[in-house]
Design a protein around this ligand. Structure first.
Ligand code: ADP
Ligand code: MG
Length: 389
């Protein structure tokens, strides 16, 4: 939990209290974890993430000029840059904030100068989407300072655009939508084509979500991600040649395309099988959650992991070990890799009463096998981004 009083003191000592700005306003946006529906967002399918009780906080005050002065507590660095910056050059982490200022301008929300203090307990690169938490909290702050309140989906789209076009990361929209639409004690069933969001109850009295970060990161992840996207596009081209109107893998089921896929070169069929069966699993998982059938939900998570490992080939030995160890522990309902893969974290659905011992035991077992201490975190489903003070 971030201590607001100490942040206010830090804001004053870094930026002073200017007469025109007064006390800073405070905004937060949550990280997220995806329960099921992996490598599905860019195939326009459905995903089932939740916003978590880890936040990026932004303290913000307007300035009389057109400069952004941003300090990140985690990166221990202050960047000062004019708003009318050229779109190239500049500084890596600050580009997420600058990009959001630019993307807001693109939808008609002109922002002026600001002092921003960023403090986040969403670990960067740990599979919990620290980048969307930073984008959405600073987007909310900049818009509010200049009297605008974009709708949630519009804000999410602007933040995704900032990451795609300004930072240069070709991410889907799941992370930003989750930060903007999160709801306490709920997961979100998101249609990545229509951007429709439906909250699904996640009973916090009975369930915990535990994230286990292997702390491994693989340099291959970005190029393999792009290759998977291209393979999915190839599958869609082959289907559309005989079924005009099919625009994405979300438009077909595996049963419909299996006879076609048998004639495709490796590995296109297996990639399409992962995506189409994963979309079916998301619908089944949402129904299981709504019906309180947590065992069924857990089984679907296991099937998702095996499909990501064997058909989509985006898992890693570390992720497979983390899942295998989790599946042997008391209180676990299901376990799978989450995020892009090739490293990063697993997500585990655990009975609430067993969550603490599960987390401790999983960390201990993994360290005993690998010598590496993983970062294991029990999470609750949290509310969407908001101004908090
Ligand atoms: P994640 O899965 O955590 O979103 P990304 O690679 O997408 O991983 O985003 C991480 C990047 O987001 C960091 O390298 C940094 O540029 C930016 N970022 C995240 N949190 C902060 C923060 N607290 N302060 C500054 N930059 C941050
Ligand atoms: Mg990210």
């Amino acid at each position: 939990m971030i201590d607001l009083d100490s942040l206010r003191l830090e804001f004053r000592s870094r930026f002073g209290g200017s007469p025109e700005s007064g006390e800073p306003r405070v905004f937060r946006a949550p990280g997220r974890v995806n329960l099921i529906g992996e490598h599905v967002d860019y195939n326009e399918g459905w995903v089932l993430p939740l916003a978590i009780d880890r936040d990026c906080c932004v303290l913000a005050a307007s300035r009389g000029d057109r400069r952004l002065r941003i300090h990140s507590r985690e990166f221990a660095e202050t960047v000062e840059i004019p708003l009318d910056f050229s779109r190239r050059g500049g500084h890596a982490w600050s580009h997420y904030v600058l990009g959001v200022a630019w993307a807001l301008g693109e939808i008609g929300i002109e922002v002026g100068g600001a002092d921003l203090l960023v403090a986040s307990d969403v670990p960067p690169g740990g599979g919990l989407s620290s980048s969307a938490a930073l984008e959405v909290s600073s987007g909310l702050a900049l818009a509010a300072l200049y009297g605008a309140s974009p709708g949630r989906t519009a804000l999410a789209r602007a933040c995704q655009r900032a990451e795609n076009e300004f930072v240069g990361m070709r991410c889907g929209i799941m992370d930003q939508l989750t930060a903007c639409w999160g709801r306490r004690n709920h997961a979100l069933l998101i249609d990545c084509r229509s951007l429709d969001v439906r909250p699904v109850p996640l009973d916090s009295a009975r369930l915990r979500v535990v994230v286990a970060d292997t702390t491994t990161r693989h340099a291959l992840a970005a190029s393999e991600y792009n290759r998977r996207r291209a393979e999915c596009e190839e599958a869609v081209r082959r289907i559309a040649a005989v079924r005009p109107g099919v625009a994405a893998l979300r438009d077909v089921t595996w049963e419909e395309i299996a006879p076609l896929a048998a004639a495709w070169p490796e590995p296109i069929g297996r990639r399409a099988r992962h995506v189409t069966t994963e979309i079916a699993r998301v619908h089944a998982a949402a129904a299981a959650l709504e019906g309180g059938d947590y065992e069924a939900f857990g089984r679907l998570m296991g099937e998702s992991h095996r499909s990501l490992d064997r058909d989509y080939e985006v898992s890693s030995p570390e992720l497979n070990l983390m899942v295998e160890l989790a599946e042997g522990l008391e209180g676990v309902l299901g376990s799978r890799m989450t995020g892009g893969g090739f490293g990063g974290a697993t997500v585990n659905l655990v009975r609430a009463e067993a969550a603490d011992s599960f987390a401790a035991e999983l960390g201990r077992c993994y360290e005993a096998r690998t010598g590496v201490r993983p970062r294991v975190t029990a999470c609750l489903a949290a509310d969407a981004a908001a101004e908090i003070a």
